[in-house]
Design a protein around this ligand. Structure first.
Ligand code: COA
Length: 160
């Protein structure tokens, strides 16, 4: 059986912490689909197309990774792709409550899809896309937090 997992998120933008999770996930699953959500609760800096393009460039050297976007319930998207699991990153205890709630609701509405939680390297546990945007907007150095393609795109956005 070909085991597919979905790694969903807003990815506005992708960070080295997300990449760390993707590298762990491909060791467990045959294919990992990084799926950019059109999250109506967030007002993103980057369009879906920009976020997908940045991820595609960032995962170029990692095998068995695909990049896509979705507009539906995550469980419906998992079924559509034939995925058996969705990957979520756990950075700190503070992530737990929200993730626990989401996993249980997803289990209720979308049977047959397991939530799998992976922990990134400690040095990435404090990262978030919002913090990176804030540092970049104020001219700080984000080189160690994001791939070069993201660093350049953020520079471009904030220089306008
Ligand atoms: N490294 C760095 N940052 C990380 C990270 C990691 N490993 N893991 C999470 N983050 C950050 C993200 O950058 C993001 O930061 P931000 O809030 O500053 O933008 C934050 O943690 C949470 O992000 P993420 O993991 O992307 O979750 P999300 O809340 O943006 O995405 C969805 C949630 C999209 C998966 C969820 O809303 C969803 O499934 N939507 C589809 C609709 C649906 O089915 N809803 C019902 C769900 S029960």
């Amino acid at each position: 059986m070909h085991r597919i997992a979905i790694y969903p998120g807003t990815f506005d933008p992708i960070t080295n912490g997300h990449l760390d999770i993707i590298k762990r996930a491909v060791k467990i699953f045959d294919t990992v689909i990084v799926a950019v959500a059109n999250n109506i609760e967030k007002i993103p800096l980057f369009s879906i197309e920009e976020r997908v393009a940045m991820i595609q460039k960032s995962v170029r050297d990692i095998s068995h990774v695909e990049v896509d976007s979705f507009n539906s319930l995550i469980v419906d998207y998992c079924h559509q792709k034939g995925a058996i699991a969705m990957i979520r990153g756990l950075r700190a205890i503070s992530d737990f409550e929200y993730e626990f709630q989401m996993a249980l609701i997803n289990r209720k509405i979308g049977k047959d899809v397991e939530s799998v939680f992976l922990m990134p390297k400690e040095k990435y546990t404090y990262l978030s896309s919002s913090l990176i945007k804030e540092i970049a907007a104020l001219g700080g150095d984000i080189s160690s937090f994001v791939p070069d393609v993201v660093k350049n795109k953020l520079k471009e956005k904030y220089s306008k």
